[in-house]
Design a binder for this molecule. Structure first.
Ligand code: FAD
Length: 397
């Protein structure tokens, strides 16, 4: 337990360090996904400031504040980590590193990985050296993920993997993949294993899928006789489903929390004021828009309070595993509303698709991208099923 006087001291030190070390450019909201630091072998930094911010935060262990220092984390307790989050928000500092390794694989490895796996992978995630992608979904296994059919033949010291994954976000840019494979065809959930492998392994190919937004944020991933060393199996053979589910709770809580709190964006009221202007009393010019933005900001504030309460309860060991599904559901709804309102604030101009003025339709493309929020990481219908069954304890099948 950290005493409040210690926490006050930590807050002062953290603030002073952030003020001294966060480059001014990194204290502006990111302009969009292209302005985000994803790290990895092939990542091209957008600016010297972006690189410096990652290096400084990684050097301090603050890309992963609560991970143990042995794995290049910050070794902070949950209360200190909450203070750090508040200070980062207050100073308007950007996330130094967005990463599936941090949000998803890292927590799973901390709980289920061997010591060798932790030492091999966690420091490289913390420093942003390796970019990970997620090989879960398949053409016939999405919501019913345990139907997955990608086969891994088990040999003495390796696996041979054959099959296809789909919707692999950034599969063509990632260095490594965490992948669910079938190692027993007779049992559904109890026949799945959790493997890690390098995307440059012979037999791995990716094909980008072009979306309505004009971008290809994800791929089909083909696995053709891919040889994976046995030491890259996480947990027990056929024990991957437990790890997969644990990882999903982190994925859902992250997606819900980030989207719902608009972590990367400037406040909606400010954006709307810039677009439509304010009246003499400093209120948004347009009364209908003003009321919609106000209602949104109230809901966003309530969501932030709920998120903090959820974190507090988790800190006290009282977290409910299914709450991540509720957060994911509502966070997705809020983010979609945020983009609808931004489009409304910018009027017809928001539909511009090309040209410097609109940064090549950045807003319109992000708005279209937000539609996927209620699908990625588990669809809204499935999240509501989980809430109904596991939180409300309603009768189910
Ligand atoms: C932006 C984005 C990024 C993604 N990134 C990745 C990634 O990196 N890696 C990865 O592995 N996957 C990724 N996915 C895939 C995602 O996890 C799946 O799309 C999702 O799990 C749904 O599966 P599906 O597309 O097969 O739809 P289906 O499961 O076929 O669902 C179709 C429809 O049926 C509904 N439905 C299905 N089952 C039920 C039920 N029991 N009750 C009520 N309704 C139901 C669904 O809600 C949906 O409306 C991504 C998806 C998106 C949109």
């Amino acid at each position: 337990m950290t005493h409040s006087s210690d926490l006050d001291g930590f807050r002062r030190d953290a603030r002073a360090w952030l003020e001294a070390n966060c480059p001014p450019e990194m204290r502006q909201p990111a302009s969009g996904e292209a302005d985000t630091c994803w790290g990895g072998r092939r990542f091209v930094f957008r600016s010297a400031a972006q690189r410096l911010w990652l290096e400084r935060m990684a050097g301090r262990g603050w890309t992963v504040p609560t991970w143990p220092t042995a794995y290049r984390g910050g070794g902070l307790g949950k209360a200190e980590a909450a203070v750090l989050r508040e200070e980062l928000r207050t100073l308007g500092c950007r996330s130094p590193l967005d990463s599936f390794g941090i949000w998803m694989l890292g927590p799973a490895l901390l709980k289920y990985g061997s010591q060798e796996q932790k030492l091999e992978h966690l420091p490289r995630i913390a420093r942003g050296e390796i970019r990970w992608c997620q090989g879960y979904s398949e053409p016939n296994a999405g919501s019913d993920l345990a139907s997955l059919a990608t086969r891994a033949e088990v040999h003495a010291d390796h696996f041979i993997v054959n099959g296809q994954k789909i919707w692999t976000s950034y599969g063509d840019e990632a260095d490594w993949i965490f992948c669910l494979v079938r190692t027993d065809t007779a049992r559904k959930h109890a026949g799945i294993s959790f493997l890690l492998f390098d995307m440059t392994t012979p037999g791995v190919t990716t094909r980008p899928i072009l979306l309505i937004s004009g971008k290809s944020p994800f791929c089909e991933t083909f696995l053709d006789n891919v040889r994976v060393p046995r030491r890259n199996l996480v947990g027990e053979l056929n024990g991957g489903w437990t790890i997969a589910k644990y990882l999903l709770t982190h994925e859902r809580a992250t997606i819900g929390g980030d989207m719902g709190s608009g972590a990367a964006a400037a406040p909606l009221g400010e954006l709307a004021a810039r677009a439509v202007g304010c009246d003499a009393q400093g209120r948004l010019q347009e009364p209908v828009l003003r009321s919609r933005v106000a209602r949104f900001e109230i809901d966003e504030t309530a969501f932030a309070a709920w998120l903090e309460r959820t974190r507090d309860r988790a800190r006290q060991g009282e977290g409910h595993p299914a709450v991540s599904s509720a957060l994911k559901f509502y966070g997705a709804e809020l983010n979609k509303r945020r983009f609808e309102l931004m489009m409304a604030a910018h009027g017809a101009e928001s539909l511009e698709w090309q040209g410097a003025r609109s940064d090549d339709g950045a807003l319109a493309r992000s708005w279209l991208r937000s539609k996927g929020n209620s699908i990625e990481g588990g669809t809204s219908e499935v999240m509501l099923n989980v809430v109904a069954k596991r939180i409300l304890e309603l009768p189910g099948d």
